[in-house]
Design a protein around this ligand. Structure first.
Ligand code: IMP
Length: 185
C-alpha cells in the first residue's frame, strides 16, 4: 500500500490558498457569533485535525478546546452506516456553547449522532462547522452553521482527510486519480 501511495496521482480540487482564505473568513464569522459566550471548540478526530488547528487560530474570542474520536468508515470509500464512539470529550459541556468541527459531512450520519449525544449533556448550544459539505449523498438532514466549501460526489483527500489512513498530510483538498491498483485496494 505504501508504495502505491508514493505513486499516487492526485488532482487538486481546493488549493492551500483557497483553504486559508476560507478558514480565516469562518474564524471571523464564528468570533462575531460568540462574543461573550463560553465557547468550547471540539475537534472530531482524526479528519478535522488540520482544519481545527487553523480554524482555532483564526478565532479571536476566548475559547477552550477538546477532542473526540468516532469511526464511521472501515478503510475504504464507502460509509458503513455505523458510527462508533472511540474517544469521548474530557470537558463538561453543560452550559457551554459547543462548536463541533468536522472535516466533511457526507451522509450526515456521523454528525447527527454527535449532535444528538452532546445535546443530551445540557449544553447552551451545539453548532457544527464543517470544512466540506457533500450534499448529494445526504441521508440525515443536518443544520450546518458554518460550511467551508461544497464538494461534488467524489471521494476527496488531503488537509486531514484520508484514504486508508494516508494522504492526511496533503496541504490541499484533492481527488485520487490513480493508479488503478490503489483505487481498487
Ligand atoms: P458521514 O457520516 O457519511 O457524513 O461521513 C462523515 C465522515 O466520513 C467524515 O468525517 C469522514 O471521516 C468520512 N468521509 C466522508 N466522505 C469522505 C471523503 O470524500 N473523503 C474522506 N473521508 C470521507
Amino acid at each position: 500500500m505504501r508504495d502505491l501511495v508514493a505513486e499516487a496521482k492526485v488532482s487538486v480540487l481546493i488549493d492551500a490558498g483557497q483553504l486559508a482564505e476560507r478558514v480565516a473568513e469562518l474564524g471571523q464569522e464564528i468570533s462575531r457569533d460568540h462574543e461573550r459566550k463560553d465557547l468550547l471548540v471540539v475537534c472530531v478526530l482524526k479528519g478535522s485535525v488540520l482544519f481545527f488547528a487553523d480554524l482555532c487560530r483564526s478565532i479571536s474570542v476566548p475559547l477552550r478546546m477538546d477532542m473526540l474520536a468516532v469511526e464511521s468508515y472501515h478503510g475504504g470509500t464507502q460509509s458503513s452506516g455505523n458510527v462508533r464512539f472511540v474517544h469521548d470529550l474530557r470537558e463538561d459541556v453543560s452550559g457551554r456553547h459547543v462548536l463541533l468541527v468536522e472535516d466533511i459531512v457526507d451522509t450526515g450520519r456521523t454528525i447527527t449522532h454527535l449532535v444528538n449525544i452532546l445535546g443530551k449533556r445540557g449544553p447552551a448550544s451545539v453548532k457544527v462547522a464543517t470544512l466540506l459539505d457533500k450534499p448529494s449523498r445526504r441521508v440525515e438532514e443536518v443544520d450546518l452553521a458554518y460550511t467551508g466549501f461544497e464538494v461534488p460526489d467524489r471521494f476527496v483527500i488531503g488537509y486531514g482527510l484520508d484514504y486508508a489512513q494516508y494522504f492526511r498530510n496533503l496541504p490541499y483538498i484533492g481527488v485520487l486519480e490513480g493508479p488503478a491498483e490503489l483505487l481498487n485496494a
